[in-house]
Design a protein around this ligand. Structure first.
Ligand code: ADP
Ligand code: MG
Length: 579
């Protein structure tokens, strides 16, 4: 479905009869279904246990998790993958709070999500008389998301759900909080009136066409550039106008970089992909066009040594949010609009386009070739214990043979190395820690990826990262999802070699040596395998993909192999006290 579809696909329901009653529970369900919401990521409990049961009975797919953080991360990534709000349903206060991290994460990443939480009685909460799980959830959610609403009357459920959906997906997408007090759900309403009160959102994410002069200005700079560069971000992947992105990049002939989750928007082995010459193109370019990518910390805010001389470049920036312009660097050609419209209008003005000079393209090609050749032998090692490259070399091959499989990736070294080693061939196949670099997205993301797409999922997890959501292997087994979790087990955070200088306790960053993570999956009826060598690893992952069975591969990595904080060790503050 494209961004500009009039409404989301929806299910219809038989009409209500005279004298029939409905209630808040059913109106919530009907409102969601009317707007094409089919999947719910959930943890049951008071006051939403029956709501979850009824959703399932009414044909929605309800996935019950072990912890709301993971259900929320699932909803967040479902939003990214489908352009419909991913919905997470939780209990009041503690469940709501657990869901908030993912709501803020969705908002930060510009993904549409709705966190629906039950809440306790307004009269008691507002007088602070001490209700069961008393908390003013609406007030707490507000600063952490794009919009927050509370529905007090069953007749308002239609409007409340419609507002939540529109707020989540329109303009810059983000997280929305929807507060449903317990007393709302049981409110009775005449069924015919209830049905009339529902709202089917028309054109939930309206097209935003850029102005003609803004397109002309952008083409003006692009045409004059001698060493142009395109940077594709996950906003471009989210936009789901993949053919247009490809046509624009190929027509322009301009080399491009893909941000982590934009990898595969064009295949990573595309001749214009400059990923292996990143330093060269960032420094050497004279005009940078950002497409759904922000100049945030992930791009060093567009300044500093890696960007070359200050003021040496022109910036063209496509984004749906006008406030994003000039946020870090002055933008010479702001293109405010949706990516699909912007790229279509740019393409229309590119007849007879002259591709960049062979000087620029040749220099990049040489650099890419040299760097790829340098990396190749490291990826072929069969060392025991494994290092990151030996293990990832095999996963790279496996993913190349399964271009539809989805790669979920988190960790420190496990994340950094996998991002650069494993090529993606198709859009939205790489799902990772996003803008914040959150640890703990792993299992929620893997589950939603399997549920939303039906494709096999390979989750490459640092052992620390895995620990944040590891209990959800039970959920993976319960729903029998085609998820293969590969735990890169180097017995610690960054490395497994830290010690306590006083000798009293384990070092703060180490875990139990030789942990048998594979037994966790076996405990719930899935497959568990220990891999000591790259050969073991390759065999186990290929079998898991072929069988579609929930599998955990405990990949034993040399505890000496990692580096502090992966590639972002520079972000650690340094103490001035030397001991
Ligand atoms: P990355 O981390 O991959 O660089 P970011 O999350 O920083 O990507 O940037 C994504 C950007 O894409 C956000 O600024 C967001 O406003 C923008 N965006 C999302 N959807 C669209 C769309 N359909 N059209 C234009 N811009 C979009
Ligand atoms: Mg580790």
């Amino acid at each position: 479905m494209s961004a500009t579809a009039e409404t989301f696909d929806h299910q219809t329901k038989p009409e209500a009869e005279q004298g029939e009653l409905t209630d808040g529970f059913h109106l919530v369900i009907d409102a969601l279904k009317l707007n094409g919401i089919e999947n719910i990521y959930h943890v049951p409990g008071i006051p939403v246990t029956d709501l979850g049961r009824m959703m399932q009975a009414e044909g929605m797919r309800v996935i019950s998790f072990r912890h709301e953080s993971n259900a929320g991360n699932a909803a967040a990534i479902a939003g990214y993958l489908t352009k419909k709000p991913g919905v997470c349903l939780t209990v009041s206060a503690p469940g709501f709070l657990n869901g908030l991290v993912s709501l803020a994460h969705a908002t930060t990443n510009c993904w549409p999500m709705i966190l629906i939480s039950g809440s306790s009685e307004r009269e008691i909460v507002d007088l602070q008389q001490g209700d069961y799980e008393e908390m003013d959830q609406l007030a707490i959610a507000k600063p952490l998301c794009k919009a927050a609403y509370r529905i007090l009357h069953a007749e308002d459920i239609g409007v409340g759900v419609a507002r939540a959906i529109r707020a989540a997906v329109s303009g810059r997408p983000g997280g929305v909080y929807l507060d449903l007090p317990a007393s709302l759900l049981g409110q009775a309403v005449d069924a015919i009136e209830g049905e009339k009160s529902l709202v089917k959102v028309v054109d939930p994410a309206p097209e935003q066409r850029p102005a003609v002069h803004a397109i002309e200005r952008a083409l003006h700079y692009l045409k004059r550039a001698e060493r142009p560069l395109i940077i594709l971000g996950k906003g471009a992947a989210y936009a789901q106008c993949d053919d247009l992105v490809r046509r624009f990049v190929e027509t322009s002939g301009i080399p491009y970089l893909a941000m982590s989750m934009a990898k595969g928007l064009l295949p990573d082995d595309h001749p214009q992909y400059a990923g292996a010459a990143r330093s060269l193109v960032l420094k050497g370019s004279d005009c940078v066009m950002l497409v759904g990518a922000r100049l945030n910390w992930l791009l060093s805010h567009g300044k500093g040594k890696q960007w070359g001389e200050p003021h040496s470049k022109k910036f063209i920036h496509i984004d749906i949010d006008p406030k994003e312009m000039d946020s870090n660097q002055p933008i010479d050609a702001p293109l405010v609009g949706d990516i699909e419209s912007c790229l279509a209008d740019l393409l229309a003005g590119m007849e007879g386009w002259k591709k960049p000079s062979e000087d620029w393209l040749g220099a990049i090609r040489d650099k890419v070739e040299t760097n790829v050749a340098k990396m190749a032998p490291r990826l072929q090692n069969n060392n025991v214990p494994m290092d990151f490259h030996g293990a990832l070399g095999r996963l790279k091959r496996i993913m190349a043979d399964h271009p539809d499989a989805i790669l979920v990736n988190e960790g420190a070294n496990t994340l950094d190395f996998a991002r650069s080693v494993i090529d993606m061939a198709k859009p939205r196949k790489r799902l990772d820690v996003g803008t914040w670099g959150v640890m703990g997205i792993g299992m929620g993301t893997a589950i939603a990826a399997a549920v939303e797409t039906g494709h096999p999922v390979v989750a490459v997890e640092g052992d620390s990262a895995f620990g944040f959501s590891g209990m959800e292997v039970e959920t993976i087994c319960r729903y029998d999802l085609p998820v293969c979790v590969v735990v890169f087990n180097n017995s610690g955070i960054y490395r497994g070699t830290d010690t306590d200088p006083t000798g009293r306790d384990p070092g703060t960053t180490v875990f139990v040596r030789d942990s048998k993570y594979d037994l966790m999956m076996q405990a719930f009826g899935g497959e568990g395998v220990t891999a000591h060598s790259p050969d073991d690893l390759e065999r186990a992952v290929r079998e898991a993909i072929a069988s579609g069975k929930p599998t955990l591969v405990n990949a034993i990595i040399d505890p000496e192999a990692g580096t502090e904080s992966g590639r972002i060790g520079n972000l650690n503050p340094q103490s001035v006290v030397k001991k």
